[in-house]
Design a protein around this ligand. Structure first.
Ligand code: MG
Length: 268
C-alpha cells in the first residue's frame, strides 16, 4: 500500500474529531446565549383582575389536577395543596390534556417563601405555550440573573420591559396573550408566534416575535406543529400554581387582523 494511503483513515479520524469539537464548542456552552445588559427596571406591581370571564375554560381551580397529565401521558404527581398545586421535583413537567392554538391565558404562581439557591436556581419554573415556547417563571426579587432568562423573559429570546417582581411567598399573576405560529404545507414558518405578557399588572412583553422553540443551548428553531398543550415546568424548585384559566381565541378572526380589507361597495 502506498504509505500515504495509510494516513487516510487517521486523517479522516482527525477531521471527524475536529469537526465534533467545533460543533460541541458551538452548542455546549449555554452562556453564549445569556444576555446580562440591559437589566429591566424594578417597578411596583400594578392592579389587576384574576377573575375568569364567563367563557373561559378553567384549567385549574385548586381542587383537582384532572385537566393535567405528565408529558408521557401519566397522571400528574405534583402536590395538590389547599387551592394550589406545587411542583414535586423530579416528577417532570406537566401539560394540559387539551391542546390549544391562539389563547388568552391567566396563571398565578408563587416562589417558595424560604429562599433557596440563587440566579436561575431560585424559584425556577416556566409556562410553555404549545409545549415549546417558554415564558420564564423565576423568583427575581433581588435576585439578579441574565436578563433574557429572568422572570417574564421569553426565555433566551426577549428581555422583559420591567421587573415587577413580588416577594417570595407572594402570589404573582401572569396574563399571556399568545398567537400561535402559522406554517405552510412544506412545514416552513409562514408567520412566527407572538407574545404579549402582563406580569402583576405591568406590561412586560409587547407583541414580540418568537424565533423558535425555547432552547437552553444554541439558537432557537421552529419545527412545524399543530395545536398542543400548555406545559408547566419542573425545574426542581417548589414553585406553586393556582387559578389557571384560558380563553381560546378565534384563529380565523386573528388571521384577518393586520390585513386591510376593502369594505363592500353600495351595490354589492
Ligand atoms: Mg424555567
Amino acid at each position: 500500500m502506498n504509505p500515504s494511503l495509510k494516513l487516510v483513515p487517521l486523517l479522516l479520524f482527525a477531521m471527524t474529531v475536529t469537526a465534533n469539537c467545533q460543533n460541541s464548542n458551538e452548542i455546549t456552552d449555554p452562556e453564549k446565549t445569556e444576555i446580562w445588559e440591559p437589566q429591566p427596571p424594578v417597578v411596583e406591581p400594578g392592579h389587576y383582575s384574576t377573575e375568569p370571564p364567563p367563557d373561559a375554560t378553567i384549567l385549574f381551580d385548586g381542587t383537582s389536577l384532572d385537566h393535567w397529565e405528565k408529558l408521557n401521558g401519566g397522571d400528574v404527581e405534583w402536590e395538590l395543596g389547599d387551592g394550589y398545586m406545587t411542583v414535586k421535583p423530579g416528577t417532570g413537567d406537566i401539560r394540559t390534556r387539551q391542546d390549544f392554538r391562539d389563547v388568552q391565558l391567566h396563571v398565578e404562581w408563587r416562589a417558595p417563601e424560604v429562599i433557596e439557591g440563587e440566579g436561575q436556581g431560585r424559584g425556577n419554573s416556566g409556562i410553555f405555550l404549545q409545549e415549546r415556547y417558554e415564558v420564564q417563571v423565576l423568583d427575581n426579587w433581588e435576585n439578579p440573573t441574565y436578563s433574557n432568562g429572568m422572570n417574564g423573559s421569553i426565555y433566551k429570546q426577549h428581555i422583559p420591559l420591567a421587573n415587577p417582581a413580588k416577594r417570595p411567598g407572594e402570589w404573582q399573576s401572569y396574563k399571556i396573550y399568545y398567537k400561535a405560529p402559522r406554517f405552510d404545507d412544506n412545514g416552513d414558518v409562514k408567520r412566527p408566534a407572538r407574545f404579549t405578557v402582563v406580569l402583576n399588572g405591568i406590561l412586560i412583553q409587547n407583541n414580540v416575535e418568537v424565533f423558535g422553540r425555547t432552547v437552553y443551548i444554541g439558537a432557537p428553531e421552529y419545527d412545524a406543529h399543530g395545536p398542543a398543550g400548555i406545559r408547566l415546568q419542573d425545574h426542581g424548585d417548589l414553585v406553586s400554581f393556582r387559578n389557571i384559566w384560558v380563553r381560546e381565541l378565534d384563529s380565523e378572526l386573528m388571521d384577518t387582523q393586520g390585513i386591510w380589507r376593502d369594505p363592500p361597495g353600495e351595490d354589492e
